[in-house]
Ligand binder design. Sequence first.
Ligand code: DC
Length: 215
Amino acid sequence: MIVTVDGPAGAGKSSVAKALADRLGFQFLDTGATYRTVALAAFRAGLGENDARQIGELAARTKVRLEGDRVFLDDDDVSDAIRTPQVTAVTRFAADNPDVRRHLVNLQRAMATGQDVVAEGRDQGTVVFPQAECKIFLTASVDERARRRLADFQDRGEQATLEEVRQAQIERDRRDESREFGPLKKAADAIEVLTDGMTLDQVVDQLEKIVRKRM
Ligand code: DC
C-alpha cells in the first residue's frame, strides 16, 4: 500500500509521516532527502545556479540510498550534511532541475516497489504515485508554520525574528508552488488536513484513522 503525504515546508510533514510509518509498520520514504543529497553532491562538485546540465548528469551517476533514518551519498553517510542551512539554500538547484526530477522520481518509485510505504514530499500524490491508495495533503497556516519554525531555530540557539521566518516561509511556498516540474499541489483525490493548534500525536492519530479505513 502507498500512502502519500504532501504539503508545504514547515507543516510538520517529516515528523508526522515518519511517526505514521512507524505506527503502520510501513517504510518511510523521505523524498526531500533525495533532492537534498543530489544538491549536496552538486555543491561538493562546485556546481551551482548555471550548471543545470551538469547537475542533471551528476544526478544520474550519483548513488542515493535511504536506509532507515540514514541517508547515503555513494557510500558516505550524509544524514546531517544534507540538513545544514547551506545545503538547504542550494537544494533548489536540484529540485528545480527537470533532469534531476525525472531521475529521482524513478528512484523513488523503485524504492517503493513491492513495499508498503509512507512517501513524503511535494509531488508524491500528483506525479510520483498518482495511483496511491491514500493521499494526504498536510498543511498549516503561514503564521502557525512560522511560529513552529522559529521555535525550532530557538531550540538550536539560532537567531531570527518571527517576521523574518514568516517572510522566508512565504518565499519557499511561492517557489514550491511555481516550480515548473513537480510543483507543490494538492492532488484532486487527496484529503486535506489542517494542523493548526494540533499536537504531533493528534495529527498522527487522525492520519492513522484515515489510512486504516482504506486498508
Ligand atoms: O522537505 P524538504 O525540506 O527536505 O525538501 C527539500 C527540498 O526539496 C525543498 O526545497 C522542496 C524539494 N522537494 C521537492 O521538490 N519534491 C519533493 N518530493 C520533496 C522535496
